[in-house]
Design a protein around this ligand. Structure first.
Ligand SMILES: NC(=O)C1=CN([C@@H]2O[C@H](COP(=O)(O)OP(=O)(O)OC[C@H]3O[C@@H](n4cnc5c(N)ncnc54)[C@H](OP(=O)(O)O)[C@@H]3O)[C@@H](O)[C@H]2O)C=CC1
Ligand SMILES: O=C(O)[C@@H]1CCC=N1
Length: 299
């Protein structure tokens, strides 16, 4: 880590103002991370970003108020943005991550920390593409980081110091929960929290659609579904953190004996919801492992 980041790593407010942050690729995920950082303690002046296309670069610069270069305009865009950064978030699709790491390898400051947000790209693959001893952290974030309610798993690579990991964790903690995990856990984490926001959105879609079929107008049904999922999530996090209730206890508290909710939960069980959820989480986790294998065998 550069001298500018070495004085304190315990909180985002004390460390982030001096950090220079590169976001290489600024789509859904890096965009969500950036939104969370900007809502917390990071200023637009600390951040430089890249995209592939000129049109997206202009759009993202307008959206986030940060400098965004397009690879389409400038073949050196990724290298020039990465060169003076302390932390570099690699946010392109998995099949482009190793090439992007290799592209910037020679220009990185020796202590700069490379954080990959990509599914399926192992620490080993990242380290092999970069200079020897370059600190690397493999992460699995999720898009609710954009509203300060995300979850991130961090897997420190073999050259990432405890201070490097804490610096990145402190930055991200301002927009969500951060868990430092073993690499063997990351596919399972992907199946729950990386892909998980889509499960909640899908549930909201289906609840609203069912409401429309019962005669509600679409806007009201969508609002009922969204607020219910939001409120239930907030309540669950609060009770779980306090140790006062878990998801099963909160569910039971809504179910009056022989009441409306008991019928609904029975319908979920009759239609195989537990098996469907298990299959979905497994499918996501297994797809992550499968992409790793595909990319390894393509080398
Ligand atoms: N979406 C999600 O919820 C999550 C995604 N991830 C991971 O995040 C990564 C990105 O996914 P996501 O954000 O969804 O993808 P997007 O397609 O939304 O974003 C990809 C971004 O990369 C840019 N890009 C592509 N090639 C280059 C290049 N050579 N140089 C610079 N920028 C480039 C694109 O620019 P342009 O638009 O101009 O093409 C775009 O801004 C993936 O590896 C994925 O596994 C991880 C957790 C959750
Ligand atoms: O769907 C994907 O592959 C990415 C990784 C986790 C969420 N989105």
């Amino acid at each position: 880590m550069s001298p500018s980041t070495s004085t304190s790593t315990s909180t985002s407010t004390s460390t982030s103002p001096a950090l220079r942050i590169a976001m290489l690729g600024l789509g859904s995920m890096n965009g969500a991370i950036l939104a969370g950082l900007l809502d917390a303690s990071v200023t637009p002046e600390q951040v430089r970003a890249t995209t592939r296309s000129t049109a997206t670069a202009a759009e993202r610069a307008q959206q986030y108020g940060v400098s965004v270069l397009a690879e389409e305009d400038d073949a050196e865009a990724n290298r020039s943005v990465a060169a003076d950064a302390d932390i570099i978030f690699l946010g392109v699709k998995p099949h482009g991550i190793v090439a992007l790491a290799a592209e910037i390898a020679a220009v990185l400051k020796p202590g700069a920390v490379v954080v990959s947000v990509a599914a399926a790209i192992s620490v080993e693959m990242l380290e092999a593409a970069l200079a020897q001893d370059q600190p690397v952290i493999r992460s699995m974030p999720n898009t609710p980081l954009s509203v300060g309610l995300g979850v991130v798993g961090l897997v420190p690579g073999s050259h990432a110091s405890a201070q490097d990991t804490e610096t990145v964790a402190a930055l991200l903690r301002a927009s969500g929960a951060v868990h430092v995990i073993e690499e063997s856990q990351i596919d399972a984490l992907t199946g729950i929290s990386g892909s998980g926001p889509a499960y909640a959105f899908y549930l909201a879609e289906q609840m609203a659609e069912a409401g429309v079929k019962l005669g509600l107008d679409r806007e009201l049904a969508a609002d009922l579904a969204a607020q219910t999922i939001y409120g239930a999530g907030k309540m669950l996090v609060r009770h779980q953190a306090a140790g006062t209730a878990d998801a099963a206890a909160l569910r039971r508290a809504v179910c009056s004996p022989n009441g409306t909710t008991e019928r609904a939960i029975n319908a979920f069980d009759d239609h195989g919801l537990p098996a469907a959820v298990e299959a979905a989480v497994n499918a996501s986790a297994h797809r992550s492992a499968e992409i790793t294998d595909e990319l390894r065998s393509a080398d």
